[in-house]
Design a protein around this ligand. Sequence first.
Ligand SMILES: Cc1cc2nc3c(=O)[nH]c(=O)nc-3n(C[C@H](O)[C@H](O)[C@H](O)COP(=O)(O)OP(=O)(O)OC[C@H]3O[C@@H](n4cnc5c(N)ncnc54)[C@H](O)[C@@H]3O)c2cc1C
Length: 396
Amino acid sequence: MAGAYAIVSGASIAGLSAALWLRRAGWDVTVLERAPRFRDGGQNVDVRGIARDVLDRAGLTERVRALNTTETATVMIGDRGPIGELPSDGPDGPTAEFEILRGDLAGAIRDLLPPEVTVRFGESVSAVHDGGRRVVTTSTDELRGDLLVIAEGVRSSTRDLVFADDVVTRVPMGIDMVFGTIPRTADDDDRWRWYITHGGRQAHLRPDPHGTTRALLSCTAEDDLVGADRDRLLALLRRRFGDVGWAAPRILAGFADTDDLYVDRLEQIRMSTWRRDRVVCLGDAAWCVTPLGGGGASLALTAGYVLAAFVPPGADDDTVRRGLADAERWLRPVVDEVQSVDPRVLRLAYPRSRAALAVTRLAVRAVTRTPLSRLVAGAGEVVPTDRDLPEFTARR
Ligand SMILES: Cc1cc2nc3c(=O)[nH]c(=O)nc-3n(C[C@H](O)[C@H](O)[C@H](O)COP(=O)(O)OP(=O)(O)OC[C@H]3O[C@@H](n4cnc5c(N)ncnc54)[C@H](O)[C@@H]3O)c2cc1C
């Protein structure tokens, strides 16, 4: 088919979902990934709301179920043990039906790609011309395409190349997160255990299906964690978390021995538009919600389907522009809703003083031990299920 060549930049959840659905819609697809090989790291994400429908249509439901992290509930921990528990409550409860590691989800989508979809590792976009029709890559190749999909995550360089500064707004959330995999011990159970303490610090332990435990240290952004080399990162974490109780010493020791640390200074991305000519941004590159909003993986998965449903292969410029506008119109309300994080909730979650911590723990007890827990359970429904996915015409 003439005029049906799509270049997707970024081989994670948004890019691989776009590649899968564009291919099924009849596009020829090449994926560029900056990393030298497939990135299978990453911690717990979930698939919620209408993204479950996308999983189903992709034929991925059973595969993702089999890769489930086995988590069953969320427990809030105080200095003397658990202070409240949010059980799993329906498919979109605090513990979703589909809890999965980021790398496992990306790998499951990748495994569905037919061999005609090429993934070029160690390669990225260095210039974009003619509204996305000519793409120069770092291997100095020039690719001629009809659609360029930028799915490069929150720090996307191609987004910054194509879209002017006044289109892209970065909203710092003031929170750092350091994720890592540590050895599982006999005490680890199938619940997400979440400890909050004063000084704006949190420690988390979560189960995984690989016989290890996923740990997270999170804190208000006061140190230069992002960009620090490994030794400095570990030293900064020891300084910040050295006096924290519960599992913090074990996590610090585990981080010193793991090679999959993932550090993030949380920043939301807000773009006044996600499209320009034949170029579109998807996933965290376009609307990073951060783990505070949740739903990033669900949105990334859904966006690939929605894009392919609205933008037909072989279309003229006007039809492509209209398709991209329709896809944006469909996705925009869902993204806007997920991006609104109440600053009061942030202050509660990262209390500075011991007095503020006491208020947080009171709030946790109120939320977990009263009918309020049902309300919190309902708040997990990002990417709501009360709307239908757009029609999709498979051509392959
Ligand atoms: C290795 C890794 C680990 C992660 N771990 C966690 C975690 O533990 N917890 C959590 O909540 N979220 C994590 N995330 C983020 C999470 O995956 C996303 O929030 C969400 O799934 C949306 O995915 P995305 O595809 O839009 O972006 P991402 O998952 O961020 O993927 C972007 C992809 O684009 C590639 N890329 C970046 N720049 C370029 C470029 N210029 N050219 C070509 N390719 C490029 C990246 O290597 C990556 O493969 C992780 C992401 C990655 C890449």
